[in-house]
Ligand binder design. Structure first.
Ligand SMILES: Cc1ncc(COP(=O)(O)O)c(C=O)c1O
Length: 391
């Protein structure tokens, strides 16, 4: 052994992948709670409900009967079949199970699509604000997120016009989330169709993250597959099905992409958690759906309480969130440094929120995200605390 070892450093891409700033808020919130402070947690992006009992039970049963081995790279056939039925029941769509790949969360689906579609130097249009990992996945495969600033006038979404105006020589497509994180805004069937027409006219790819489907509160959220059978759809068992920690999602891809996707999945993942897949099957049973629908109703009640309360506090929320469990609030009346403001609200008032800077650059320092992933009485407590400080 010599001590002349000088590692050459980490890959350059790592420098360009940003951490979640909310992690700092979450870590501090945990510290404060451990020290005895009462913290209202409104920063995390996951349901506060534990996984529904029938799903847990099915997972337990799968373990007990020895479902501890690798499964097929594209997912167990029963789950792909169940998802195909889900598309028929929920959207009236005929999606062959062969087009559905089960993945390790929507995150695994995002990685697969990025690896399948993106060459070095390619760009994909994304909203700013938007889910930050998208641009990091693209960076990982040597591509680029081409961030399009969106605001209230755009319902915080890409439109056909924005796609046309921002398309560049190296753009290969566009990606949206509906309902979106952090804004909760959704795209109508007509808007999805217009987006699809625009992207198709440029021979581009349209990717739609439908992870918050099932958590729409005013009207059912249409799937892009209703208007564009060639779109790539990313979805997950994390949010509506309440299975964040089980790490299970899925991807719907055009038939022509399936063989290559499966090849990538074999190499990247070998298989998903086998027991999680058997557990997820129980998510489609009527008794489980009933529990999940009741939870959706609770989320709706929370939104209907929190949205006017946040506006009353002096935040501006120009677009009513139609789904997910977030309110993206303009806090420019109070701050021009969202990270500092969040830390201050946490330290001094015990309310944990997510700074806008986690979601991009466009007016990010003037925005905060409220997650209503905590009970109504905790939301009321947070509002009371904020009312005292912001009055
Ligand atoms: C818009 C969006 N897409 C994808 C994900 C990743 O979810 P998961 O990998 O848990 O399915 C999240 C998580 O918060 C999200 O908000």
């Amino acid at each position: 052994m010599t001590d002349s070892y000088k590692p050459r450093g980490f890959a350059q891409r790592v420098d360009e992948i940003e951490p979640f700033r909310v992690v700092e808020v979450l870590a501090r919130a945990t510290e404060l709670a451990a020290a005895g402070r009462d913290i209202v947690h409104m920063a995390a992006g996951e349901p506060d409900f534990p996984t529904a009992a029938p799903i847990v039970e099915a997972g337990r049963a799968a373990l007990a009967r020895g479902a501890t081995y690798y499964s097929q790279a594209a997912g167990i056939p029963e789950l792909r079949e169940a998802l195909s039925c889900f598309y028929a029941d929920e959207y009236g769509l005929d999606i062959a199970p062969s087009r559905i790949m089960v993945t390790p969360g929507a995150s695994g689906a995002l990685l697969l699509v990025a690896a399948l579609l993106v060459n070095p130097g390619d760009g994909l249009l994304l909203t700013d604000p938007g889910y930050p990992c998208n641009r990091h996945f693209l960076r990982l495969v040597e591509g680029r997120g081409q961030l399009v600033p969106v605001g209230a006038a755009d319902n915080y979404q890409l439109s056909a016009e924005l796609v046309a105006a921002n398309w560049q020589a190296n753009t290969i497509g566009a990606m949206v989330a509906s309902p979106a994180n952090p804004t909760g805004t959704a795209l109508s069937r007509e808007e999805l169709a217009a987006l699809s027409r625009e992207v198709r006219s440029r021979n581009g790819y349209l990717l739609v993250d439908e992870i918050y489907h099932g958590l729409g509160y005013d009207a059912p959220t249409p799937s892009v597959l209703e208007v564009d059978p060639d779109a790539f759809v990313i979805n997950s068992f994390s949010k509506y099905f309440g299975m964040t920690g089980w790490r299970l999602g899925w991807l719907v891809a055009p038939e022509a992409a399936v063989t290559e996707m499966e090849k990538l999945a074999q190499n990247l993942f070998i298989s998903m958690s086998t027991m999680a897949q058997y557990a997820a099957l129980a998510g489609f049973e009527p008794a489980t759906r009933e529990i999940l629908e009741q939870r959706r109703d609770l989320f709706r009640q929370r939104r209907d309480y929190l949205l006017p309360a946040v506006q009353e506090l002096g935040f501006t929320v120009p677009c009513k969130p139609q789904g997910a469990f977030y309110i993206y609030a303009d806090a420019s009346r109070f701050t021009s440094d969202s990270q500092k403001f969040c830390m201050q609200l946490l330290e001094e008032h015990g309310v944990a929120l997510t700074p806008g800077v986690d979601f991009g650059h466009h007016r990010a320092n003037e925005h905060l995200r409220f997650s209503y992933t905590t009970s109504m009485d905790r939301l009321e407590l947070a509002v009371a605390r904020l009312a005292r400080v912001l009055a």
